[in-house]
Design a protein around this ligand. Structure first.
Ligand SMILES: NC(=O)c1ccc[n+]([C@@H]2O[C@H](COP(=O)([O-])OP(=O)(O)OC[C@H]3O[C@@H](n4cnc5c(N)ncnc54)[C@H](OP(=O)(O)O)[C@@H]3O)[C@@H](O)[C@H]2O)c1
Length: 343
């Protein structure tokens, strides 16, 4: 009998994510019923929010249940179809999970299973610049950062998937000076030389407040696009200009663990004296606008305005360790995992 492997959550992590939290289970190869497709997983994408979904705490998505296949977005290939909209050989993107194969009804899964556009070139683009990361950077910047000509923009976790694109999108919207933060010399160089930021600050610097101020050429930040939270956000808030927009995209410094972060913001009062605003957002709220955003992003790609990086791990058995890489700062650009090549 042909079998296939799934990785299910067997124990909720209280700290680091490792393979002890998951069990690899062999199941008989599933067969699609009417309206379903059988999909072979090719590449999985990893995002910090997957760590939150391991906590038994309701959020904007429900927690992964014990015994459930770990959730994850990826690109796969249709091996068999009993759905009119999909054919054998099609590449698809959607919630395929941490498993070698899955059957699903594309119409009833929580987020849609979609065909990868055939004119896209590299199908992995739907997991990187034209996927959730790209959409997060685009809508966070466009709707909340709202950079205009001459603005100075700070992006934290700037060597990451969302952050690297957020800075470049701010430039495309007319911002003048783009500053990033990252955690290693290799990343600082990539952010400046490949992503084209004007400066990048190592947030491990013991004088990060002063380093941020110097990077802004002594002026303030008109936009902060924050992926990190905690003391780094606090240091950035102390350097805002009048009318600054602070975009709360994520707070990875908390580790997205069940225990509440202990760091409060001391510099929030600058939002009052400098007439600033601070807003959080969830990218899926803008799903209806994704097609127009993708069109604009594809134009920028064609014009050479966007650079991005993939960080590729190998093998489904390494999925837990691959998720932990995000919290150890090991990834540069979008963290992916290769499972199998499309035929
Ligand atoms: N609001 C939304 O709808 C939405 C959607 C998607 C993602 N997000 C958020 O966007 C942010 C970036 O996500 P991503 O997928 O692009 O991940 P990513 O930035 O590619 O990877 C995470 C990076 O965060 C940095 N990091 C980890 N721990 C840190 C700490 N304690 N302090 C400072 N930096 C730390 C690391 O870079 P360094 O080496 O530089 O430390 C790491 O490489 C996350 O906060 C995520 O939750 C929000």
């Amino acid at each position: 009998m042909q079998t296939t492997t799934q990785i299910v959550l067997s124990q909720r992590p209280t700290g680091r994510v490792d393979e002890g939290c998951f069990t690899a289970e062999q199941i008989p190869m599933p067969e699609p019923a009417d309206g379903e497709v059988l999909v072979k997983s090719c590449w999985l994408a990893f995002a910090p929010a997957q760590r939150s979904a391991l906590n038994d705490i309701p959020s904007y998505v429900p927690p992964v249940a014990l015994g459930e296949v770990m959730r994850g977005t990826g690109v796969g290939q249709v091996l068999a179809s009993r759905h009119a909209g999909f054919s054998e050989g099609d590449l698809v993107v959607g919630p395929i999970g941490w498993q070698e194969h899955c059957v699903m009804n594309p119409d009833t899964v929580s987020s849609p299973l979609e065909l990868v556009p055939t004119d896209i070139g590299d199908p992995k683009l739907v997991l990187t610049v034209l996927g959730v990361s790209g959409m997060t950077a685009y809508f966070g910047m466009k709707k909340f950062g709202r950079p205009t000509t001459g603005d100075t923009v700070l992006v934290t976790a700037a060597a990451g998937s969302v952050g690297s694109l957020a800075g470049q999108i701010a430039r495309a919207f007319g911002a003048e000076r783009i500053i990033g933060t990252a955690g290693s010399e290799e990343k600082l160089a990539w952010v400046r030389e490949i992503a084209g930021f004007d400066a990048c600050v190592n947030y491990h610097d013991s004088h990060v407040f002063r380093a941020l101020r110097a990077a802004a050429n002594g002026g303030g930040f008109d936009v902060i696009f924050d992926n990190v939270g905690g003391s780094l956000l606090d240091n950035a808030l102390g350097n805002i200009s009048n009318g600054a927009r602070v975009v709360l995209c994520g707070s990875i410094s908390t580790g997205y663990m069940p225990k509440r972060a202990e760091i409060g913001l001391h510099n929030y009062a600058y939002l009052t004296t400098r007439r600033g605003t601070m807003a959080g957002f969830i990218v899926t709220d803008f799903a209806d606008e994704f097609p127009a955003a993708i069109t604009e992003m594809r134009t920028w790609i064609a014009n050479g305005k966007l650079s991005w990086a993939e960080d590729m791990a190998e093998g489904l058995e390494n999925a837990p360790a691959t998720l932990q890489r995000l919290f150890d700062g090991k990834n540069l650009g979008k963290q992916l995992l290769h499972i199998a090549d499309p035929a």
